[in-house]
Design a protein around this ligand. Sequence first.
Ligand code: MG
Length: 371
Amino acid sequence: MKINQITVWQLDLPLHKPYWLSGGRLKFEQLDSTLVRIDTDEGVSGWGEGCPWGVTYLPAFGKGIRAGIEELAPLLIGKDPRQADSINRVMDLALPGHPYVKSALDIACWDIAAKAAALPLCELLGAREPDPVPIASSVSTGTPQEMLDEVQRFRDLGYRVHSCKVGADVHQDIERINLLAANERAGEIIFYDVNRAWLPREAITVMNSVSGLTSWFEQPCETLDEIAQVRRQTSYPIGVDEGLHCFDDLVRIQRDGIAEVVNIKINRVGGLTRARRLRDFCLATGITMLIMDTGGTVVSDTGVAHFAQTIPAPFCQGVWSCQEMVSVDPAPGRGVRNVDGCFSAPDLNGLGVEPELSLLEGSPLSNRLNS
Ligand code: MG
């Protein structure tokens, strides 16, 4: 089986409402997504999506994905998409770094491999764990009461895992966290995502001032060095999200005892091939995971659901559903959908979702590489 064509579509994804992160430091109103279809000489096609969370969240941007794919696509023509490690070596030799550029291509190759094997993607990736995977809500920074109201709104939709965004004024953060923690219900997980906003001094102050938490603080500071410093002077578990880019980061996190939880964002780490290596290291060393993408439509979410479904429940605390935050759905009625606050990977061969081409044709940019 050989790749004979790679097609790329750009798709704007306006958010339903503006979203603030990092204590209001970062504002987002629209995402720039890239959808990729890889065709083969045997008539099997695969889909992938790459969608950074705006341009300010990570060192990644939508135009960068398309420019990178333009570099890589000619080198993938003629290669067997079922050999994901080999495909990744070709991409890494041609374009060192830039993992977010490679993710959509990698996912599309896995979609093809699973279709060729007549297996749902999660099963080709190693397992289909029996329980649906809980979706973590995403509670934007606001007043303590606004955030509690938002948690309640998610509860009414069936969510039991909540990612509450903090990281502004120290006093306000303590008020936010204390109110949310006091209203946490049995069987619920409320964790506090700082998105790098605190300096170590601020993180140490807040984390030593709040009480009664049963969860963890996610990415309290910018760098792993800073988080290691916070670790030495606080006692709550810590999660690393934006600080995990590659295998070396994960090895350091484990070796130095920096965190007990990591977020594997498939687009950020470079696709499913790399995510799988990270997953296996976490399973071997007792690190808990959240599985997410950096953004995107139901196509991204479906890849996340398949990957998360391969992880035993105690190790996987949840996923995130970006599709509910964006106002565009290129695959209506298809792919993974929220059922009582959970995702279950589709029981179809491959990824199990393909966009409706008529909904992509009207996008501002549509080009075809290497037909
Ligand atoms: Mg986070």
